[in-house]
Design a protein. Structure first.
Length: 267
């Protein structure tokens, strides 16, 4: 039952709107003998609950969700869940932080003007004599539909490569750059049924670019940038929050359903 993962729809979407996401935080209160009350948060008890509703599901999609529910034994076994409302990358705000892997020949300078009027962009320079990559690898199913996007600009005209890959498959897309900010994105599904998706920004020898807002989403195209820090939208210990699934037919081989999924805030 290793690497159980919530299934993506055959349309390439991961969920349907509206999506209800509830974050629960527990506070511990201690009343002293003199009546003084001490409050302290209990981070270990934090919980996130997604309520997902689907309409117009095909038989194949309904069977995939039901099959996943049965493989998990309902709420019994944990599974990988990709938050459809969040960025799957950790530290999308800081390319110098782990789990980003940066070769020794690449230098990163933070605090540059970004396209939203802030100072959260990065200058990235490849000082090596060959192409080098800044990479992040996620414990996520490889063969889902993903969109990897970021904002990029360059004083010198050139191209920038975005890569989505795994141990057995890889896709590289090249995009022209100029002095103006442009949002570039690489989307698609890789032919690999395993777990362990990598995304990379590949710079040519001597290339220098300015980057902002790397984002990975389990869908066809990019949505607004969502900054992440030590946590991201990838949850490796999610559970079903219902004991059974109910599918309601609305037409021949067309179904609707609604259910909840939960996980720890510090998953």
């Amino acid at each position: 039952m290793a690497n159980l993962a919530f299934p993506q729809l055959s349309t390439g979407a991961f969920a349907q709107y509206p999506i209800r996401k509830t974050i629960k935080i527990q506070t511990i209160k201690n009343i002293l003998a003199d009546g003084t009350m001490l409050d302290a948060s209990d981070p270990g008890a934090g919980q996130i609950v997604w309520t997902l509703s689907y309409v117009g599901l095909s038989s194949d999609d309904a069977n995939a969700i039901q099959g996943h529910f049965e493989a998990c034994g309902g709420p019994l076994r944990a599974f990988i869940f990709l938050d459809p409302t969040d960025n799957l990358l950790t530290y999308s705000t800081d390319l110098t932080q782990s789990p980003w892997i940066t070769p020794s020949g690449v230098t990163i300078t933070s605090g540059l003007a970004d396209p939203n009027g802030g100072t959260s962009a990065f200058s990235v320079t490849n000082g090596g004599s060959a192409a080098q990559q800044i990479t992040q690898t996620l414990a996520a199913p490889v063969n889902y539909q993903y969109c990897f996007s970021l904002y990029a600009s360059s004083v010198a005209s050139g191209t920038l490569n975005l890569i989505r890959g795994s141990a057995n498959a890889q896709q590289t897309n090249s995009y022209p750059l100029g002095p103006a900010w442009s949002r570039i994105s690489s989307s698609g599904a890789l032919n690999d049924s395993g777990t362990g998706l990598s995304v990379a920004i590949s710079l040519a020898a001597g290339q220098s670019v300015t980057l902002y807002g790397p984002q990975l989403e389990p869908q066809l195209s990019a949505s607004r940038f969502r900054p992440t820090y030590s946590n991201s939208g990838l949850y490796k210990n999610a559970h079903w929050a219902v004991s059974e699934l109910v599918f309601t037919p609305s037409a021949p081989n067309v179904f609707s359903t609604s259910f909840s999924i939960e996980t720890s805030v510090w998953n």
